[in-house]
Design a protein around this ligand. Structure first.
Ligand SMILES: Nc1ncnc2c1ncn2[C@@H]1O[C@H](COP(=O)(O)OP(=O)(O)OP(=O)(O)O)[C@@H](O)[C@H]1O
Length: 286
């Protein structure tokens, strides 16, 4: 399908009566995301179709769906790496606002993808990579002005991720699990309101997956909202109570995890006959 009109900006605010507008603002003070009828194109193809979603601040949500269904594109739309097609019915509001200076927006979001931020990152020690999160940099370049407060915040983020022992270790010499914890500490260093994670347990061995989940549970319990894309049901922490299922660029289902993580629903979503079990608050499928 051809993109209708891909423009690199979000929609202007709609005119509303003062009273309604004030009511909406009040409601949005506790809303992380409002999406209405959002369509997003990658190249010439529309890959998100008519997506409408509302996510509250501090909510813990997992997004599941088959390969290529648009999960990463959805997250990239929140981080302004992808933009909605401009249409009259489209609304995209983050933290109650439709327009953002991207660097300011990113200060309120912690974003963790499977990739390291840059070529220099492996040659940088853990603590410096965490501090570099303040500058959205791949390493601590000499021209960056690091304050004592930043160093304190980096120590706190390392502590939160139980990664203090990695502070002086080069990222290139860390295991995949250790690197992932450092990258999450980097994303948390400026105390974001929401942490966005794209397949956090990818490439981690069983022990590292378990350690990562414990660390993320700790983050979730401290009040930071978590929005996580995953292919592994076991990544859905007990603290995550809502799941969004996506299929072919659309929201397939959105609701309480107990209602949606079922053998029938997942078999239908992935198009295979799955088995499912729940143990100690975690789901497992095969
Ligand atoms: N840079 C790009 N240019 C063109 N098409 C792209 C690009 N990136 C992704 N796509 C296409 O957009 C669609 C959605 O991709 P996306 O990465 O959002 O899916 P996903 O659900 O995250 O997939 P996966 O589970 O495999 O990571 C796919 O059809 C993909 O091929």
């Amino acid at each position: 399908m051809k993109a209708k009109k891909a423009l690199a900006k979000t929609m202007p605010p709609k005119e509303k009566s003062g009273r309604i507008q004030a009511g909406i603002r009040q409601q949005e003070a506790v809303t992380f995301l409002t999406m209405q009828h959002v369509e997003v194109a990658r190249g010439e193809t529309i890959v998100l179709h008519d997506v409408s979603l509302e996510i509250g601040l501090g909510e813990h949500v997992a997004i599941l769906g088959p390969n290529g269904c648009g999960k990463s594109t959805l997250i990239k739309t929140l981080t302004c790496e992808c933009y909605p097609i401009v249409q009259p019915q489209t609304v995209l509001r983050l933290f109650g606002r439709e327009r953002w200076d991207v660097s300011q927006l990113r200060r309120r979001l912690g974003v963790v993808s499977a990739d390291l931020p840059g070529e220099r990152t492996p040659l940088t020690v853990g603590r410096d990579v965490v501090v570099s999160g303040f500058f959205s940099a791949s390493t601590l370049w000499p021209n960056l002005q690091v304050t004592d407060d930043m160093r304190v915040a980096a120590s706190e983020a390392l502590e939160l991720m139980q990664a203090e022992h990695l502070a002086a270790k080069f990222v290139g010499q860390m295991s995949a699990g250790e690197q992932r914890r450092i990258m999450i500490a980097r994303a948390l260093v400026h105390r974001p309101q929401m942490l966005l994670l794209d397949e956090p347990s990818n490439a981690l061995d069983i022990a590292a997956q378990r350690e990562l989940r414990e660390a993320l549970r700790h983050v979730a319990r401290q009040g930071t909202g978590i929005l996580m894309i995953t292919h592994h049901l076991a990544d859905i922490l007990p603290e995550i109570d809502r799941v969004i299922l996506m299929k072919a660029g659309r929201i397939y289902a959105d609701g309480a995890k107990e209602e949606l993580i079922t053998r029938e629903t997942l078999s239908e979503l992935f198009g295979v006959d799955l088995d499912l079990t729940v143990r100690h608050g975690y789901f497992h499928s095969w």
